[in-house]
Design a protein around this ligand. Structure first.
Ligand code: NI
Ligand code: MN
Length: 226
């Protein structure tokens, strides 16, 4: 499968059969290389309800009929908008036709802000363990460092991890280095940095310090094959 980073926390995965988007924040994401009007998707996976993760999900799903997978309250909310959304919750896994999704915990918050400023409660934030063809990708979502990352690393053979390093809203680089030691992923892509002034970081400085895993400081639009 081919995996591409699109700036912030947005990732796309192209398998032999499916086009999968994770957290497709495109409009308002100055780093994005995607066009929300043409991006293709069969599936959209969401880590939590914040607007910099739900992003363009509604417009993309309306245009493409993509299936959305999200934490339950967010899935119900998107379902009420007429979209096809499958709700899950922390610790639960489900075998979809595109692969297996398991939600992990994430220490963060989760709500969706509508255009008029109304905040919608969207349940717990999560991380996503996605297993396709015996390869496991772990998108940590937005989170602080938490010690159960060690357990998640012990329980899963993680091939590739997307790890937030921006600080301010999530782990910063120092805590993210500890997280990477615990999750023991073969490869690590830093995410959630340089989109906003308060989360400016040097991704290469981070990956140079990694003790565990191969660091891949991808630019938006860069792909790797797994
Ligand atoms: Ni967030
Ligand atoms: Mn975020």
């Amino acid at each position: 499968m081919d995996i591409t980073y699109h700036g912030h926390s947005a990732v796309s995965i192209k398998t032999a059969t499916h086009k999968i988007l994770i957290d497709p924040f495109i409009t308002g994401n100055s780093l994005s290389d995607l066009d929300p009007n043409t991006v293709e998707a069969d599936v959209i996976l969401l880590t939590h309800g914040h607007n910099d993760h739900v992003g363009d999900t509604m417009a993309i799903a309306e245009r493409t009929d993509a299936q959305i997978v999200a934490l339950n309250e967010l899935a119900v909310y998107l379902g009420q908008k007429g979209l096809n959304a499958h709700g899950m919750n922390i610790g639960g896994a489900y075998d979809f036709d595109f692969g297996r999704v398991k939600y992990t915990q994430a220490f963060h918050s989760s709500s969706y802000e509508e255009e008029d400023g109304t905040f919608i409660y969207t349940g717990m934030p999560g991380g996503i363990l996605l297993t396709i063809d015996d390869k496991t990708i772990y998108h940590l979502g937005d989170t602080s460092l938490f010690s159960d990352l060690k357990l998640i690393g012990e329980m899963n053979d993680i091939d590739l991890a997307f790890v937030p390093i921006g600080d301010n809203f999530t782990m910063g680089p120092e805590d993210a280095l500890i997280a990477c030691d615990w999750i023991q992923a073969s490869s690590v892509v830093p995410v959630h940095y340089n989109t906003f002034p308060v989360i400016e970081q040097d991704p290469k400085a981070f990956t140079d310090k990694l003790a565990t895993g191969k660091g891949l400081p991808l630019q938006a639009g860069e792909s790797i094959t797994l």
